[in-house]
Design a protein around this ligand. Structure first.
Ligand SMILES: Cc1cc2nc3c(=O)[nH]c(=O)nc-3n(C[C@H](O)[C@H](O)[C@H](O)COP(=O)(O)OP(=O)(O)OC[C@H]3O[C@@H](n4cnc5c(N)ncnc54)[C@H](O)[C@@H]3O)c2cc1C
Length: 381
């Protein structure tokens, strides 16, 4: 089906929303993007994009390499003194890149704007209704927009998802993530992520931009949390106290943290229903995931391309959205499950931890290949 001139409304200006708006516009669709925030800003934080996401950026003509740092792999460390347990090479599928989120969002935003996507900021959607051949979007201001297809890319706390799936209670995963960036001066070392694993907690760090910045994600198991939401202000001294058992490079890095955000990781399952023939979910709105495979944004990029591709192969909007759901749901379920399993693997205690360290020492390279099915998935092929 040709989508030239077909009217699409994308709700949400995150990575999934911007990528899908751009992909649809490149095929000639008439695309409006509605973002609730008054500006497309992003807190200082990093994002790893593996080859399955990078191939979508390339297909969209977005030169991610220009602002990302090409990774040389991952160093796994024991938490106490930072002893290196294993050096894992990058995926065979192709290198991963480390991005400052704001840089990647800017690239997508600029490309979408230049391609002719109408981007409306400060446009908060409050409801969505289906009509026989249209979707009707209601904005906070009372304005109503009719469109032939609505793409809900409004994130893990999507207000559109209940339209298709009814009310759902998010589940607290008992994981809390601290996130910060610090100024950094990397030596002549390779550009790697460092994963330090301790009982019930882990810390991931990797360099950003021209390596002048270090990204930090520190995750701990906790039970004392009720509030779903992110970008809560944290106390750097509290962070240091909670990760006081970590030595080596992590201690040095944490000592430089001046500002930190933290949030509890709440999760909804992969949505049962992704579309109704006129409205479709994309990205975290369809399949929120724990960050332990660094795949949420990569999946959102895959979704964006797969959505547009589904129109090529089908004769109408309804069948295109059904085909998109059929191809994307199993993939999202598998990746989300892998990320959930890693939460356990990263935080092992006692003998299980020692056994895992031995396995990583002996066969780390081979073990890292078990996720090749994630990275080699090329939706643009
Ligand atoms: C600690 C952490 C680390 C991560 N690291 C990685 C990583 O390394 N690699 C990776 O691939 N993924 C990573 N992720 C996951 C990734 O951040 C998300 O999966 C990804 O950002 C989802 O993109 P999205 O476009 O679906 O949603 P979002 O980025 O959440 O964007 C949703 C947008 O919709 C807007 N919106 C919401 N409601 C409305 C409304 N009612 N009306 C209008 N606009 C609305 C929001 O303002 C927002 O701009 C990480 C996540 C966390 C928590």
């Amino acid at each position: 089906m040709k989508i030239d001139g077909l009217k699409f409304c994308v709700i949400g200006g995150g990575i999934g929303g911007l990528a899908s708006a751009l992909a649809l516009r490149q095929r000639g669709a008439d695309v409006t993007l509605l973002e609730q925030a008054p500006a497309l800003t992003e807190v200082g934080a990093g994002l790893q994009i593996s080859e399955n996401g990078m191939c979508v950026l390339r297909a969209l003509g977005v030169e991610g390499q220009s602002v990302g740092q090409k990774s040389d792999g991952t160093v796994i460390r024991d938490y106490r003194k930072g002893r290196v347990i294993s050096r894992l090479p990058g995926p065979l599928a192709g290198p991963t890149f480390y991005f400052h989120r704001a840089d990647l969002l800017n690239l997508l935003h600029e490309a979408a704007r230049k391609a002719g996507v109408a981007i409306r900021l400060g446009a908060r959607v409050t409801a969505l209704r289906k009509h026989p051949n249209e979707a009707e979007i209601v904005l906070e201001t009372g304005e109503r927009i009719r469109t032939e297809c609505a793409v809900a890319a409004d994130g893990g706390r999507s207000i559109i998802r209940p339209t298709l799936n009814g009310p759902e209670r998010p589940e607290f995963t008992h994981q809390v993530a601290w996130r910060a960036t610090i100024p950094w001066q990397l030596g002549p070392d390779a550009i790697t992520a460092s994963l330090s694993m301790g009982p019930g907690r882990h810390v991931v760090t990797y360099p950003l931009r021209d390596q002048s910045m270090m990204n930090i994600v520190a995750v701990e198991e906790r039970s004392d949390w009720r509030e779903e939401g992110w970008k809560l202000k944290g106390d750097p001294d509290d962070l240091r106290a909670r990760f006081a058992g970590f030595g080596g490079p992590v201690r040095d890095i944490l000592s430089k943290v001046a500002e930190v955000k933290l949030w509890a990781l709440f999760l909804r399952p992969v949505a049962q229903s992704w579309q109704n023939g006129r409205l479709v979910l994309l990205g975290d709105a369809a399949h929120p995931t724990l960050p332990f495979m660094a795949q949420g944004a990569c999946l959102a990029l895959e979704d964006a391309w797969a959505l547009v591709r589904s129109f090529d192969d089908q004769s109408g909007v309804t069948s295109a959205l059904a085909a998109y759901e059929t191809t994307r749901r199993p993939r999202a379920q598998q990746v989300v499950a892998a990320a959930g399993a890693n939460a356990h693997n990263f935080h092992l205690r006692g003998p299980a931890r020692l056994a895992a360290q031995c396995a990583l020492m002996v066969a780390g390279g081979q073990l890292s290949r078990r996720f090749e099915w994630i990275y080699s998935h090329d939706v643009t092929a």
